[in-house]
Design a protein around this ligand. Structure first.
Ligand code: MN
Length: 253
């Protein structure tokens, strides 16, 4: 089995090392990851600049490349140019920081997996709900379990699994909940600073705030120390109100 691994924290992040270590016993692992931190780059791709690719040494991987682009660039390049064999499964992560609710719209980690499903590759995104913690043991364990499960189960096309792991010791985790996306809001704040020439610049410094989320959501599951697994697809259509909008009678006249 050929496993493609990517992330958005960059090829030198501890999380991607932990992920490769977790999966390397299950198949041939190929790593194609950004050469620098690309968190919150969403589903961007690089079209106005050249994309540089460098072969990298990576313990546990069959082959590895660092790419001067986004996770979506990495997945596109990996599957079409770098890896000659057919990729059976894609894992993106292990991200430092949860990717729940509306986070997934900004997340490079989840976008790596979305690019995977766009290319017809069964895909999984894994995030640890801590920006500073680097104990990936529980995340490694669930990644291995899900990878094995995906070898035997057929996941509906155009659907990825988004895994979020609470940051508690691996024995305190209560189990797994299959969830829907919850609500994640941030206190929107920017720090206003000045550069050495006196010009003002801004640095985003939003932090998540507690808002109401239903019981069966990713946010609540992780809050209650469960591993959350959400099936995600990229169809953003709001089917519930298609007929309402038709009733508006919008005409081009
Ligand atoms: Mn990240």
């Amino acid at each position: 089995m050929n496993i493609l691994v990517t992330n958005d924290d960059g090829i030198y992040a501890k999380g991607i090392r932990a992920l490769v270590e977790a999966l390397s016993g299950l198949g041939k692992v190929f790593v194609v990851a950004p050469d620098s931190q690309k968190s919150a780059c969403g589903h961007g791709i690089t079209i106005h600049d050249p994309v540089m690719v460098r072969e990298a040494s990576f313990e546990g991987a069959e082959k590895a490349w660092s790419v001067s682009g986004t996770p979506a660039d990495c997945v596109k390049l990996g599957s079409s140019m770098l890896i000659p064999d057919k990729i059976d499964i894609l894992f993106s992560g292990i991200n430092q920081g949860g990717n729940m609710g509306t986070d997934i719209l900004y997340s490079g980690t989840v976008s790596g997996a979305i690019e995977g499903i766009l290319l017809g590759i069964p895909s999984v995104a894994v995030s640890l709900d801590s920006h500073t913690g680097d104990d990936f043991e529980a995340s490694q364990k669930i990644s291995r379990t899900v990878c094995k499960k995906m070898m035997t189960k057929e996941l509906e096309r155009e659907t990825l699994l988004n895994i979020n792991v609470p940051y508690v010791s691996k024995d305190r985790i209560k189990g797994v909940q299959i969830t829907k996306l919850g609500i994640r809001e941030y206190t929107e704040s920017f720090q206003e600073r000045k550069d050495p020439r006196g010009r003002v610049y801004y640095w985003y410094s939003g932090t998540p705030k507690n808002v109401f989320s239903e019981e069966d959501t990713d946010v609540m599951a992780v809050e209650k120390e469960y591993i959350s697994i959400t099936p995600i697809h990229f169809d953003l259509t709001n089917y519930r109100i298609i007929n309402d909008v038709k009733d508006w009678g919008i005409r081009y006249e």
